[in-house]
Design a protein around this ligand. Structure first.
Ligand code: ADE
Length: 228
């Protein structure tokens, strides 16, 4: 296994870079890829920056240039369900691009010529990640929706929840990585710590969370994952 680990922002990956043994930095396409060993696992850590295009490009380069065989995306997300609280972890079973709509040519959410609206995560990788997340905090598993918007209005999250009743969390990258990994045949998983409720307070909560606890659980989960 050569594991690619992507986060959007530095705060979300804090600790992992320091844990990388024999690190080697490579700059490519305005991203810094750091290769090395994470608790015996051959790994490449990178910050994608924000949004679906940024994440898709980063995932493709991880595969094509750095030869990763598996990808994990780790970061924060807004809650998409009343039972999913700030500080909880959501592990994706499937991901949807909530702002994708090529209707009437294709059904809403469907990615043209794939026939897929919801990209399933790799079962083995996701199970191992869920095992690694046990005992850290409350863990939920299910649907994560990604789009090129920060969801920071109650009306926005209510509309998304009405359209996707089984939604657990919203973020801006996961489903793009899911599409790239599907198309490249790369097993992938997504783990997100909830930073805000995607409502009118979301921006303030997000900024506070990202500065304080954003990477704490993620670091612990990835360490447990690598050691498992
Ligand atoms: N990532 C963290 N919180 C988010 C939100 N409310 N909307 C989109 N992405 C997020």
């Amino acid at each position: 296994m050569r594991l690619g680990i992507i986060s959007a922002l530095a705060e979300e990956q804090h600790g992992l870079l320091e844990a990388l043994q024999s690190p080697s930095r490579h700059v490519h396409g305005m991203r810094e890829y750091t290769t090395g060993k994470l608790w015996e696992i051959d790994a490449v850590c990178v910050l994608s920056r924000i949004g679906k295009v940024a994440a898709a490009m980063t995932a493709a380069i991880l595969v094509e240039k750095f030869g990763v065989t598996h990808i994990i995306f780790t970061g924060v997300a807004g809650s998409g369900d009343k039972n999913v609280k700030v500080g909880d972890i959501v592990i994706a079973e499937s991901l949807i691009q909530h702002d994708f709509n090529a209707s009437p040519l294709f059904p809403q959410y469907e990615i043209p010529l794939t026939g897929i609206s919801r990209f399933a995560t790799d079962v083995t990788l996701t199970e191992r990640l869920a095992g690694a997340a046990e005992k850290t905090t409350r863990v939920h598993r299910g649907l994560i929706a990604s789009g090129d918007q920060f969801i920071g209005k109650l009306t926005q999250i209510q509309a998304l929840k009405a359209a996707l009743p089984d939604l657990l969390a919203v973020e801006m990258e996961g489903a793009a990585v899911a599409q790239v990994c599907f198309e490249m045949g790369i097993p992938f998983a997504v783990i997100r710590t909830i930073s805000d409720n995607a409502n009118d307070e979301a921006a303030v909560d997000f900024m506070h969370f990202i500065k304080t606890v954003a990477s704490r659980y993620a670091f612990e989960v990835i360490r447990n994952f690598c050691k498992s």
